[in-house]
Design a binder for this molecule. Structure first.
Ligand code: FEO
Length: 474
């Protein structure tokens, strides 16, 4: 055992005894390496913070390279991955295709489950030609603002068509008001949407066109062509390709969390959005990508997030990776659910060992406290994962079980996973975690695993070293 290892082990053991206490051993190598946001350790010139970041904490080392490199929400992505957020003023599409959507910065939870620190946008568009088409509406939370946008863009004219790509209320929340305001407007939607529409609104008396795969609708110089996209993300979804200006109205596809005036890269919040909202439907997204590949697309107008105008291959490539369940980056998620801190100490030790092996991306996640959607996002992003959890009620500690249930729902697959359990008198976490993982496709369990009983002992650290090596080499 070298000096650094001794130091590391004692630091984690100390922390396990008292999780609130700030670990500060400034002369030791380990203090430079330990970043635990729960403990609010700040080691501004540290080396280790470059590699290990636990998102549940609030460490701020702004001058440090490490926070930037560790993949937190504010971090730089790998080279070539940066795509700046696009401001509202850049939502200009063309003279005849106008953005009329709205930002929502007040929402607490999107879909009542996803934290959106930078809000979300509900996108809607207007195509002006001999005929005028509204492309989706917005959440009713922003209906007044949206109607003002619509009225301004119409400039005294009346809309002829309301194209419904998706009936989920974050886009369809204002349909009722449109039907009331414009009784003669023709609703254009898929056959499935026509079936589902009465569950929200009474379309009786309104003209309706149900469109099928590849059918077109002329507005004058502009022609809309419709392609069905069932389960991306509801069964009635369709996308619309405008042939003249070569614009794809992509429904939920290529969307992201965050309002349009948010300065952030597209990738991180687009990934969290995709994996958690559409991630289960990879096969359906693949089918849609195959259809998109036959079109000459110059611009993508999603229902959330910025209009995408440049380097569209980048965004389409990301969707291809995500929907085919391929890891996006080489890296390790170390996810832990610890009751009294011993399992947490083992997980942090393991994460640090992985960085010592040269792993560039190690995401240490306290499943009891972090954003679940971010944990799921990271699990999909990287090729390997370590799960460390306490035993509980003859099974696994419930926050870890919740994480596994989320992964199962999103059809997590094709990854390598190592296991650490803790259980003082009847360890059962590993068996439960293994049960979940074995029911998933293409999961390889990396050996060895470790059973800790209570505090982490010298023999346990030895096995943690072996696990770190095996995961690094997997
Ligand atoms: Fe943005 Fe599936 O609604």
């Amino acid at each position: 055992m070298n000096e650094e290892s001794v130091c590391l082990r004692s630091a984690y053991a100390d922390e396990a005894k008292d999780r609130v206490r700030v670990v500060k051993t400034e002369n030791s190598v380990c203090a430079k390496k330990v970043v635990d946001r729960i403990c609010a350790v700040k080691t501004e010139d540290c080396v280790c913070a470059k590699k290990v970041v636990d998102r549940s904490c609030e460490v701020k080392t702004e001058g440090s390279v490490c926070v930037k490199a560790a993949g937190s929400r504010t971090c730089a992505e790998p080279a070539g991955a940066n795509r700046k957020g696009i401001r509202m003023s850049e939502q200009f599409i063309s003279d005849n295709i106008r953005y009329i959507g709205c930002d929502d910065k007040d929402i607490d939870l999107f879909e009542s489950q996803y934290v959106v620190p930078n809000g979300v946008s509900y996108n809607s568009y207007l195509i002006l030609d001999d005929k005028i088409a509204i492309m989706d509406t917005v959440d009713r939370r922003r209906s007044d603002e949206w109607k003002n946008n619509l009225t301004a863009a119409l400039d005294g004219r009346k809309p002829d068509y309301l194209v419904i790509s998706h009936l989920e209320p974050d886009h369809a929340g204002t349909i009722g008001q449109v039907l009331e305001l414009y009784p003669e407007i023709t609703v254009v939607c898929s056959v499935k949407a026509a079936q589902l529409l009465p569950e929200y609104y009474d379309p009786a008396g309104h003209p309706m066109i149900t469109v099928k795969e590849g059918e077109t609708l002329s507005l004058g110089a502009h022609t809309l062509q419709f392609f069905m996209a069932p389960m991306v993300h509801w069964p009635e979804v369709m996308v619309t390709y405008e042939q003249k200006e070569k614009v794809l109205f992509s429904a939920d596809g290529f969307g992201k969390f965050g309002t349009l005036d948010t300065e952030e890269d597209w990738i991180s919040e687009a990934r969290r959005y995709y994996i958690n909202i559409v991630g289960k439907y990879g096969a359906q997204v693949q089918k849609l990508l195959a259809k998109a590949a036959t079109l000459d697309i110059r611009m993508i107008c999603p229902l959330h997030g910025p209009v995408l105008k440049d380097d569209l291959g980048y965004y389409i490539g990301k969707y291809d990776t995500w929907s085919s369940y391929r890891p996006e980056d080489r890296g390790v998620v170390v996810a832990y659910a610890s009751i009294h801190g011993n399992t947490a100490g083992a997980a942090k030790y393991l994460a640090e060992k992985l960085t010592q092996f040269g792993e560039e991306h190690v995401e240490l996640m306290d499943i009891c406290r972090c954003d679940m959607a971010t944990a799921v996002e990271n699990a999909f992003r990287y090729d390997r994962m370590v799960l460390a959890a306490s035993s509980y009620d003859a099974g696994v500690f419930l926050p870890m079980e919740d994480f596994l249930i989320h992964l199962r729902h999103k059809t997590y697959r094709n990854r390598k996973v190592a296991l650490v359990e803790n259980g003082t008198w009847a360890p059962a976490a590993k068996k439960t975690m293994t049960g979940y993982l074995k029911a998933m496709k293409g999961i390889e369990i990396v050996e060895p695993s470790l059973t800790i009983q209570g505090a982490v002992k010298a023999a346990d650290y030895k096995v943690l070293d072996e696990i770190a090596k095996a995961v690094h080499e997997a």
